[in-house]
Design a protein around this ligand. Sequence first.
Ligand SMILES: [Zn+2]
Length: 89
Amino acid sequence: MAEPKKRLTKSRSGARKSHDALKVASLSVCQNCKNTKLPHFVCSNCGFYNGKKVVKSAKESAIETKQKEQLKDEYALRQGNCASSFIRV
Ligand SMILES: [Zn+2]
């Protein structure tokens, strides 16, 4: 294995390590829901950016998928070939 040619002084290694410290992430407040969010990012809670609805939130997309599944089930029941229900009357 390669060996260092000369000993590294405390000040040199200290100077290198001076940039290793972690910085605290700056947070801003969402204008819509007053939740904390990263600045210049879409709010993950409500999906608003700069006062406008940009992205569907996780809750809304979950509700939407549930509604779609219900519609699928209803359609399947109307067609008479519901694969999800095994109950026969
Ligand atoms: Zn928000």
